[in-house]
Design a protein around this ligand. Sequence first.
Ligand code: G6P
Length: 621
Amino acid sequence: MCGIVGYIGNREALPIIVEGLKKLEYRGYDSAGVTFLRDEKIQVIKKKGRIKNLKEQIKSQGYSIHPEAGTADGIHIGMGHTRWATHGEPSDENSHPHLSQDNHICVVHNGIIENYTELRAFLISKGYTFQSQTDTEVVAQLIEYHYLTDCNNDIFSAIQTALLELEGSYALVVLCIEHPDFLIAARKDNPLIIGLGEDEQFVASDIPAVIEHTRNVLIIEDNEIVLVRKDVVNVFTIHGQIVAREPIRIDWDAEAAEKGGFEHFMMKEMFEEPKAVRATVAPRIRNNKIMLEHFPLTKEDILTAERIHIVACGTAYHAGCVGKGVIEKLCRVPVEVDVASEFRYKDPIIDDRSIVIIISQSGETLDTLAAMREAKKRGAKTLSIVNVIGSSIAREADYVLYTAAGPEISVASTKAYVTQLACIYLIAFEMAYIVGRLSEKDYLRYQSELLRVPEHIESTLAKQSEIQRFAASHFNAKSIFFIGRGLDYYLSMEASLKLKEISYIHSEAYPGGELKHGTIALIEKGTLVVCSLTQEVLLEKMISNIAEVKARGAVVLGITNEAHTKAAQACDETFFIPQIDPLLAPLVAVTPCQLFAYYMAVNKGCDVDKPRNLAKSVTVE
Ligand code: G6P
């Protein structure tokens, strides 16, 4: 949801900024721009469309964006932005950076300024005119207004004053023409990090933008302002008190955020699933025990909880749905799953006996973060499952269990999803064991099943050509239905979302038994129905549901294992996954669904890693 990169140092800034933006393109990709100081002027170059359009624009204005050729520009301070439109359509004018009226201040921003209409009206009354429809331009103008009036050319206090007037969320970076020796960055409810180098510093929305240059990273927190000089970085509260902050060391390298020979990040990330699940599970199972360090829940907490809530968005929400099925089955405690944007505003029934599990790959999804804060405010214990180390949700939750997926770049989540599931299983097994509802024998059996999941995913991936072939003959489908019962229904929801996200084919997920109550009206000759058939006790019922859709002309693809011959025979085509306890089947059965979505999208010529209208990290409500 908008990516920000800033640089100050001795090297040429433009190549570093543009390359950093490329790494953040997953955050938004409808337009991009850069700003820098040159000839004592703030220069701005921006362009609607992908970063390649911006690159062309930069080159056409005579600047270099290649490090080896870029010695002549003499640009050592600057910043850039890749946008996901909120206020104002994608256009050159609405692209960031935004320059203030008298050219003193330039701003890049991620987030939404909620009171921008009022601030804009105020500034218009002071003689300001606006070039764009964005909320960000208001920030640039407001800072300049204070800079030139009540703050007497003190840029730091002009920014402080302006920030205190803003309502909403922001990560922003400010360049001031009179201060070629520093950038100022600030954050509230949107991610912001500083990459610490030697005699050079980087500002960014996320680590992939800086990892090529440094592994030492300062995580900026809400209501903080950072003064970034090439040789020193100072963090302040919004009220100006100095904040002491230790950098964290990033333990993955630049290669982890590269495609590594795969055509798309999504494919690379699916192939990383076995490794990611292994890294998530193996270190947490030792001596036949699940070891969740500092796991905060006692038997009493679990048994006296009025219920367990799971809150998340998108793919993480679907992981939460599987979590509901698994936790309820094993722990016999009621679990409610909510989409974060609904949870927050429904006046949730939460008190200090509630347990709230928050799931988020990025750890920055604003709806999820806000829902977690609401739960904490009401006294709930919050446990989070997060991929990005040091992210807001990870820091603010009472407890965090990190998924070890590594950086996930493709907008459509794949490896993060399976590692979220892996964490859910670890938590569910542990809780069931703590409350005495899981026998020693089953506790051990589930551990060994979980440890074998990576090899099952490996053998599933090895058969990708079967899915590829199937997709090749179905990619013209107008509408596809995914059906399943129990955990298979939750799996179908994720399979359907994946297909929609990247191939733009209309698709719906339905519980197998529910289709006939209305939606079956949409089934006609040739309609593709994908059936998840992993829940043994529900197979007979699913076989009837398959017969119902086939009687109306549907073509059925079944995902099952070889032991389920009757279910397989009911389908037109079958993809076999390895045999696994049905409780853990979603962990293995999702990979063919992801492959299916991938190949459908590739066949349709879609931009798999950057689907239209989407962004990976949604930091607006
Ligand atoms: C966006 C992404 C989805 C993701 C969801 C939640 O909508 O496009 O892929 O599942 O946000 O993201 P989170 O980082 O909180 O898991």
